[in-house]
Design a binder for this molecule. Structure first.
Ligand SMILES: [Zn+2]
Length: 323
């Protein structure tokens, strides 16, 4: 990639040598995220080029940095898409999302859309047993984001959850996680086929995005933002919580303050998750949590995979197979 905004291109780059507490992972499967599209548009512009994109990946440990590590060459692992310093007060208290060095693989460090990637050993978990490479490479960023959103919104068994925009990676993860947490889950989508998929995945019903939603929810998950704000706010029951992790649909909204305080609503921002939350999510995946894969492309067809994501027609994760 020569400049940003710019285009991705294939090329050979020297892999940095792994430092202490770092390992080299040969990537078997990685997944695309909207961040890949944002970076291409220069939002944000990478601090240095070239950059290897890719927040999500799973593969095999190929080399170890100097010093002790809990990993061995040959271990099958999944990469936690977020990293942090590991020793500041926030990291020690499992609030790594507030660490001054908090960052995302593929944005602040070279990511997983290459043959190999250098990763901090704390950023790895063992590949969930019984899950495919595609699933292992796909659940990270969106699953972690959705898991923390539902925790921050304090979703409880028996509550009603409305997921806006079924089909997106975070929305699809929230749909399956909400069920696993014992909620009654509903969804919205502009597309009839995606509404049908949401119901097939266990949603009790799915509604058109442009009509009034006929349920009132304790928790609404909105990973798109902007255009869906009014729908999301109007679906809250008194005391309901709206949790937001994205602004792809628009970064500014109008907030009706009397509605906010008379309804005693909460609007909660959330992004990614902590190391403990990634471990908990991985345990859920090991226990059979569905990981919805939309499509799988060979790494060489990365541009076509990006186009699939940019078109917004996917339901679940777009995955790259590296071998
Ligand atoms: Zn820290």
């Amino acid at each position: 990639m020569a400049s940003s905004p710019g285009e991705y291109g294939f090329g050979d780059v020297d892999l940095p040598a792994p430092g202490p507490r770092q390992v080299v992972v040969d990537v078997v499967a990685s997944a695309l995220n909207h961040l890949d599209l944002w970076l291409r548009a220069g939002m944000p512009a990478p601090k240095a080029l070239p950059i290897v994109p890719g927040c999500d990946g799973a593969g095999v440990v190929a080399a170890l940095g100097p010093g002790p590590t809990r990993w061995q060459v040959g271990d099958e692992v999944v990469i936690n898409p977020s990293f942090a310093c590991g020793h500041c007060p926030d990291c020690v208290a499992d609030r790594s999302v507030f660490c001054p060095e908090f960052g995302i693989m593929g944005e602040h460090r070279w990511g997983a859309h290459g043959r190999s990637v250098v990763v901090g050993e704390a950023n790895l978990v063992a590949r969930p047993a019984g899950r495919t490479w595609e699933e292992a490479g796909a659940y990270g960023l969106c699953g972690l984001t959705a898991y923390r959103m539902l925790r921050r919104a304090r979703l409880r068994t028996g509550e009603t959850l409305l997921v806006i925009g079924a089909g997106g990676g975070v929305a699809t993860a929230a749909l399956v996680l909400g069920q696993r947490m014992g909620a009654r889950v509903f969804a919205t989508s502009r597309h009839p086929a995606k509404r049908a998929r949401a119901v097939a995945l266990g949603a009790l019903d799915a509604f058109a995005s442009d009509a009034k939603v006929p349920v009132k929810a304790d928790v609404v998950v909105d990973s798109a933002g902007g255009a869906t704000w009014a729908t999301a706010m109007s679906a809250l029951r008194p005391g309901g919580r709206l949790v937001i992790c994205g602004g792809t649909g628009g970064s500014k909204v109008e907030l009706n303050l009397p509605r906010l305080f008379f309804g005693q609503y909460e609007v909660i921002g959330s992004t990614l998750g902590t190391f403990a939350e990634f471990e908990q999510l991985t345990a859920l995946v090991t226990g059979g949590l569905p990981v919805v894969v939309d499509s799988v492309y060979p790494l060489a067809e990365y541009p076509a995979a990006l186009d699939r994501l940019a078109a917004g027609d996917q339901f679940g994760k777009v995955v790259l197979l590296h071998r």
